[in-house]
Write a protein that binds this ligand. Structure first.
Ligand code: S3P
Length: 184
């Protein structure tokens, strides 16, 4: 039987596309009795089409509103790891929702690492015709301020295994006094 998580709040994983949110969410829920919700997968399932098709058919704003509505709905949950789409922290309302019931953990990775992780995927409409380290780097810089402002905890993922990353998250959530900036 999986053990109870050593904290009583949800975890919202944020970060750029390809920063490892889904992998780390699954890793956390394999360690603890926590449910994983992958926002993109749930939105695609409910809409009956891929994220790329939602963007094509209804446009980005429609998708962003689906994200916000889902986050509001998810506040009723406990013992949950939410793997957020990369654009979620860009709307301040989303950050307010995530903080109501959870800690926000930002996963970071170098643009080169991201490029290698996303280059063969075709369901990321914002990258589909822009797959290059320079484009990723530019978009990452545009988002950095909002990502960092939203985060209670920032975890660098380059060169670490998923198990190491999960352990670091758990240790830091349990020992907030050792986290720099005192954000927790
Ligand atoms: C997006 C990230 C994607 C998905 C959509 C838009 C973004 O999720 O929500 O393609 O704006 O960064 P992942 O971060 O899970 O790839």
């Amino acid at each position: 039987m999986k053990s109870k998580p050593p904290f009583d709040h949800n975890i919202a994983l944020i970060g750029f596309m390809g920063s490892g949110k889904t992998t780390i969410a699954n890793c956390l829920s394999s360690m603890f009795a926590m449910e994983t919700i992958e926002m993109d997968a749930l939105i695609a399932q409910r809409e009956g089409m891929s994220i790329s098709d939602i963007f094509d058919k209804y446009g980005e704003e429609y998708f962003r509103t689906l994200e916000t509505n889902l986050l509001i709905e998810l506040q009723a949950k406990s013992n949950t790891v939410i793997s957020c789409g990369g654009g979620v922290p860009m709307r301040s309302q989303n950050v307010v929702e995530m903080k109501k019931n959870g800690k926000i953990v930002l996963l970071t990775a170098k643009p080169e690492t991201i490029y290698n992780r996303v280059k063969d995927n075709h369901d990321r409409p914002l990258l589909e015709h822009n797959k290059s380290v320079s484009y990723i780097s530019e978009l990452m810089e545009k988002r950095r301020e909002k990502y960092e402002a939203a985060a209670d905890l920032i975890i660098e993922t380059d060169g670490k295994s998923k198990e190491e990353i999960c352990q670091e998250i758990v240790d830091k959530l349990q020992n907030p006094n050792q986290v720099p900036y005192g954000k927790l």
